[in-house]
Design a protein around this ligand. Sequence first.
Ligand code: GDP
Length: 387
Amino acid sequence: MRVFFIGYGQAGGKIVDMFLAMDKKIQGNSFRGIAVNTARTDLMGLKHIEMKDRLLIGQTVVKGHGVGTDNVTGAKIAADEIDTIINAIDMRGTHDIDAFIVVAGLGGGTGSGGTPVLCRHLKRIYREPVYVLGMIPAPEEGKLYSYNAARSLATLVKEADNTFIFDNSAWKSEGESVKAGYDTLNDELVRRFGVLFRAGEVGKLGVGEMVVDSSEFINTLRGGGISTVGYAVSEVSTKSKPKKSLFSGFGKKKEEAESSLTGEDKSAKIIGVIRRAMLGRLTLPCDYTTAERALVLVAGPPNELDRKGVEKSKSWVEENIAGVEVRGGDYPVESSYIAGVVILASIGNAPRITELLEIAKETKKDVLVSQERRSTMFEDAVDPLFE
Ligand code: GDP
C-alpha cells in the first residue's frame, strides 16, 4: 500500500520516523510522512522526516514548549490550525496514496487531542480511508494518561475509519519501566505494522502468488472500531542470507526466529506461522474470537510462498473468529524468514480497553470532587474584599 503517515506528538513522530527509515533501508517507495507537534524539541530529534515536513503548531499558545498532558488544548490547537496541517499534507502530495495513517500516543496531550480532530478533517476532505495507530499507556504511567487515552479513543472510534491499538503495558519487559523500554517497544511495533502496511507493493521480486491489494485491506477494516495485529516469523533454510531484510529490525536486539520448520512442506510452514501470529501476543491482547473480519498476510522469499498454505491459513482463522470474512495473500521479499501477519479487525472484547475506561471513569469522578472542594473551600469563611 501507499501510505501517508502523520506522526502526531512525540511518540507519533518517533514511530513515523522509524517507518520511513525502514522504507529507506529496503529501498522501498511505499511510505511518506510528516510530523506534527506543539513541542519544538521533539521535532528536532527526528532523523528521517525531512525538515520541511516537520510542522510546529500552537506557537501563539504554548510557544513551542508543548501542551504537556493537556489534550483539550491539544485538540483546540489542532482545530485552530487545521488548515496549516492540511496544507502541509497537500504539499507532500496525496494523489497516489491508498490510505492515511495517523500515529500517536493516546495518553499524552498533543497527539491524544490532535489526532481525532485531524481524522475528522481528513475524512471530510479526502476520499482515502483514515486509520489511526494509537499507543495506549500502561496503568503505571498514572491515571491522567489513562483518562486522556480513554477520551481520545472514545472520540477516535467515531472519527477514524479504524484504529489499530498497540498496548504499551503488554509489550514492556517485566521489571522495566515503560519509558526505558520504548526502543524495544517501538522496534516490535514498526516491524509488525511495517510488514502489514507494505502489503501489495511491487518490490524487486515482483508480486506474490496471491496479491493483497489495498481494497482488501480497506474492506477488512471497514467495520470501524478497534483492531489488533498478530505477528510471527519462521526461519527458512537459506545458505546465503540476504543483506537487507524487512524483518531484521532496527535495534540491537534482532528477533530470533521462534522456531525453524525446515523440512516441513511450505504449506504447513505457512499455517504454522499464521497460527502462532494469531495465538501469540497481539498488539492489543484481546479475545480474538470476537473479531468481525481478518486479513492474513504472508511475506517471505518467493520460493517459500504457497497458495494452498495461505488458503488453509485463511480457513483456520475463519473457524476461530466471530465473523466469516477473512481475506489474505502473500508477497515476496528478500529475507531469510517467512513472516505471518494477521489483522483481527473490529474486535468486540478487550479487557485492557475495559480497564482503561474504568480508570477513566474513576478519574473523572475524582476530578469533579476536587473541583467541588476547591470551589467551596472559601465559602462562608471570611468575606472577600470586594465582589
Ligand atoms: P504528546 O507529545 O503530547 O502527544 O505525548 P507523547 O507522545 O510524549 O506521549 C503520550 C503517550 O505515548 C505516553 O503516555 C506513552 O504511553 C506513549 N509513548 C511516548 N513515547 C513513546 C514511544 O517512544 N513508544 C511508545 N510505544 N509509546 C510512547
